[in-house]
Design a binder for this molecule. Structure first.
Ligand code: IPE
Ligand code: IPE
Ligand code: MG
Length: 235
């Protein structure tokens, strides 16, 4: 398509791993494994297209409610996959950051997060924000907690509390708000993702299950985005 407008910032709710596996009579964990491969492809495709910032929702603050078996499989995959991501990121000049509350993870996972972030911090290309144990409400709650402390200690005065200041206390500080929000597997909801940041994001929802998401699907989303007329409340 001509006149493809590449969004500066893309956010993805990767959904449908479980259904992908169930359709094949496989354990749900196999869907998550296939989902990791789709994630790796998507990071590389976004780099090649010139996207500046990609944020991917991989584990929510509510996902701990799943069975111990599934949570265990996800943690195992996370341990392995964060090491793999260092290579993927470094090969593609990608800087990785983590958004979400890392405190609920086991110490070795927290070490893994630190390794991934440190090992890629000097890369100058796309930023990849990995949302794990992330919840939009929890992020806002933690930001308020931090602002209240800073007001109490005099670092911030009450009059300073602007939208920009609030943004700067969120996990996504320094990252552009998403221009395009993609959700796979057809669900028409936000499921507690980036509640503050998506105020004016364009939405694209596809029935494709996350493990099947590929460059063609990404281009379809960007084509749709290219036809949107963004107004930001103006006319
Ligand atoms: C998304 O896939 C990955 C996580 C939320 C961890 P799901 O596991 O939600 O897949 P479905 O929605 O059950 O198909
Ligand atoms: C949203 O997917 C969370 C992630 C993709 C990490 P869910 O599968 O958890 O969302 P619901 O439960 O269908 O709303
Ligand atoms: Mg789901």
């Amino acid at each position: 398509m001509e006149n493809l407008v590449i969004p500066k910032s893309i956010a993805i709710i990767l959904d449908g791993n479980g259904r992908w596996a169930e359709k094949r009579n496989l354990p749900r964990a196999m869907g998550h494994k296939a989902g990791c491969e789709a994630l790796e492809r998507t990071v590389e495709d976004c780099v090649r297209l010139g996207v500046e910032s990609l944020t991917v929702y991989a584990f929510s603050t509510e996902n701990w409610k799943r069975s111990a078996l599934e949570v265990g499989a996800l943690m195992k995959l996370l341990r392995f996959y964060m090491v793999k991501l260092i290579d993927v990121a470094n090969k593609n000049n990608v800087r990785a950051v983590m958004i979400g509350d890392e405190n609920r993870f086991e110490p070795d996972i927290r070490k893994g997060i630190k390794k991934l972030v440190d090992a890629t911090s000097k890369n100058t290309g796309m930023t990849f924000a990995f949302a794990i144990n992330y919840g939009g409400r929890d992020e806002i709650r933690r930001a308020i907690d931090h602002i209240v402390d800073d007001v109490a200690s005099g670092v911030v005065s009450k009059e300073d509390i602007s939208e920009e200041l609030i943004s700067s206390y969120l996990d996504t500080r320094g990252l552009p708000d998403p221009d395009l929000l993609i959700r796979t597997s057809g669900e028409l909801r936000v499921s507690n993702f980036l509640l503050w940041q998506i105020a004016y994001s364009e939405f694209y929802i596809t029935d494709t299950l996350w493990p099947d998401f590929d460059k063609e699907e990404l281009l379809k989303a960007i084509e749709s985005y290219s036809k949107r007329q963004r107004r930001f409340g103006g006319r």
